[in-house]
Design a protein. Sequence first.
Length: 408
Amino acid sequence: MADKRLLGDWLSSYLEVTANLEAKESLHRWTGMVCLATALRRRVVAHMQHGPIYPNLYVFIVAESAKARKSSAMNYGKKLLIDTFPELRIFQDDMTPQGLIKYLYLRATKDVKGDKKPQGDFVLFADELANLFGTERNRSSKMVILLTTTFMCTDVYDHLTVRDSLERLYNLYPVVLAATDPSNLKVLPADAIGGLTGRIIWIIEREKRHVNPGWINPNDTATLRQTALRECLIHDLQCVSQMQGNMAFASDAQAMYDAWYQILSTKDERDPRTDAFYHRCHTTALQIAMLLSISNGNNMLVSAVHMANAIKLIEAQLPDIKRVTIWSGAGQYEQQRSKYITYLQGQGGKALRRNLLRYMGISVAEFDQVTITLTEDGTIESPRILGNETILQLTQKAITTNNNEKIS
């Protein structure tokens, strides 16, 4: 296959080919971004001081059933991926966390050849979150932990089964496109607020486009163009899948990112609904900028334009993050968070994990997710291992904030 692309910008062409469909452009834009992220399969990376950044995405569409045509938008992208990569395994929303891990483990043990570690890429298409996370809290918490801990594409992921056997996965690269009705957001565990939701791009739409898709005439000029354009999208997506190596950032793109990062670091939201978002969104901006660059061509360079557009897309997320946390019913999380912090404060700022777990009176999966969330939002330090014990400790920022609130 020739590696020369046929389109000037893949994402713009994707929006053109879906322009007559009923779902709004935002749904198709992010579905297209997921297609690009999936095609890369962990072959493109940006190296930062804090670690490698891969352009995988978690995109969740929130819209009332039948009003925004969210499933139609998702299905168009899924069909395009299947036609482009017939061998691609797309997991549906009835996949359990244990089932997903088992599949990846069996694939890993089958694909290991010599010292080469197998790829752990996977893509989840979930038409309904309730089917993905389930209604049983232990299952939903396990899915949240799996998606949270693998988001950064860890080189090695160890899973301990109920029979105490170790299943080791390599080179994780998760991509998720999911959808739900606002009323079904409550299936997300309340303790996912921050840890997982801070990694998600939320697309909220209330209605479809005011267009009638109309009839298809196979010989119509517009239809022929749409067909030809779709074939070009497939060709260029195959070209994208052959890209590999390190992304570079133009100096003005770096300066723009550094200035924006500095602004983010000075924000003092003191709002658990959005605090974790501010701690994570700089990474998501880099991922989006990489995908926008890849959409433009093969030069593997993020320009200032790519960075500016990525930052713009990220900053548009804040109102949606607040609405999502309200719809998901974060009240229980707030109670658990308060109980967790209060105990640590009563112990002088740090405590043994086993004692805090006993005090909280919740499952291990729920407790671990609260811990991940509080680590992400800067409330506690990363858990520290001392012999056979795990130490959990408040950060200096959390201690200072609490003291200031008492004074005021």
